[in-house]
Design a binder for this molecule. Sequence first.
Ligand code: NAD
Length: 430
Amino acid sequence: MSSSSSVQQASQSPVFANSPVYRMACEQLRSVAEVMNTDPGIIERLSIPKRSLIVSVPIRMDDGSVHCFVGYRVQHSLTSGASKGGLRYAPSVDLGEVAALAMWMSWKCGIMNLPFSGAKGGIACDPAKLSRGELERLTRRYTEEVLNIIGPRVDVMAPDMGTDEQTMAWIMDTYSMKIGYACPEIVTGKPIELGGCVGRREATGRGVVYCITEALQELKIPAHEATAVVQGFGNVGSVVCQELHARGIKVIAVGDRYGSIYNKNGIDIPELVLHVNEGKRVTEFQGAEIIPDRELLTTPCTILAPCALEQQITIENASRIQCRILAEGANGPTTPEADKILNEAGVFIIPDVLCNAGGVTVSYFEWVQDLQQYFWNEDQVNAKLKDLMLQSFHRVRKLAKERKLSMRMAALSLGVSKVALEKAKRGLFP
Ligand code: NAD
């Protein structure tokens, strides 16, 4: 059987087939398999996650009632080391989405040369509608339910959409109470006081902007002439905005789940950050006008950075996108059909698996520091992050030029081949 047909068969597995995001991840793997000379058996193994756990997470709500949430943890592979991946709290979370995100984490760790495999977890819930107490009970009960398949050498979680440092602190505490000693290396992205790494919170956004800076240089666009549009103003999006602003790049439009704003002269990002930190909405910001959400991604700009959800740039809006650089801060924001349209239009695409890999890179630094109980300062963290991001950016760029591949195909090829090579060398058990 060819690599391509084995992936196709796997993506039609009834367990995952209903998920458009999982089908999209398999479609990408199928395209990579076509340009790679890899054993179809290994590609087939890579197209189905190693381990997927679905758990019920019952908690007592503040009003005394009991509500049962559904949680997931998927370990795409354990070949390259402990599996690593975020924990997402969002209404959209389902098995297929988590499995796709876990697969992308494997490729991301491969591209960055990190000794990790990919994993992802999530709970289908709307964290904005839960109190702090409910979130804590939810997190602790979920940790208890997945306890048998996590561990500092097995599977290490980190924040993703809807989760943060506090979530990681609750996981760390629950796990540590179970095993009887403090175990900071069970999670990354936790508070500094508990063994977190300086610069981890900002790492994903910083990595995105290191890549954007390289792309601007290659396209010979001076920063002061560039404009940017950013979707999402959470962990990734807000840091991307701040880092762009710090480099003199005008951020002209920003959107989040509540709406979008625009100012052709550039939004005052430090003021917007203060405004949002006071608990106010982006759309309540005085220094910009509100625009319809559907106009955000199609606003003409130099840099478009989707930093919110998957599947935002689709066949519906791709031909109306007017940017020179697409920097994918979010995971999977562009569908394969839209990707083709943007490539043909000559957009410089920095694909998610490379662009947002700064987060897992500093998570790796955090894990190493926790294991050694020896901590670095922020300058050391940022310098090492920049070094690894630029190395990977240029490795991908070189491969893309040499093999005449798109940046996405080059990045995925590097990631997939690293994992495939390790699988081939280890052989098939038993
Ligand atoms: P977050 O929860 O901190 O922020 C998400 C943002 O997206 C919020 O501003 C939210 O309002 C916005 N949003 C949600 N629904 C939206 C919609 N329908 N339209 C517009 N905006 C919407 O999450 P985050 O950690 O910033 O993650 C964002 C993306 O980046 C996700 O795809 C995540 O997987 C990816 N990512 C995050 C990290 C990390 O370190 N946090 C690392 C790699 C990739």
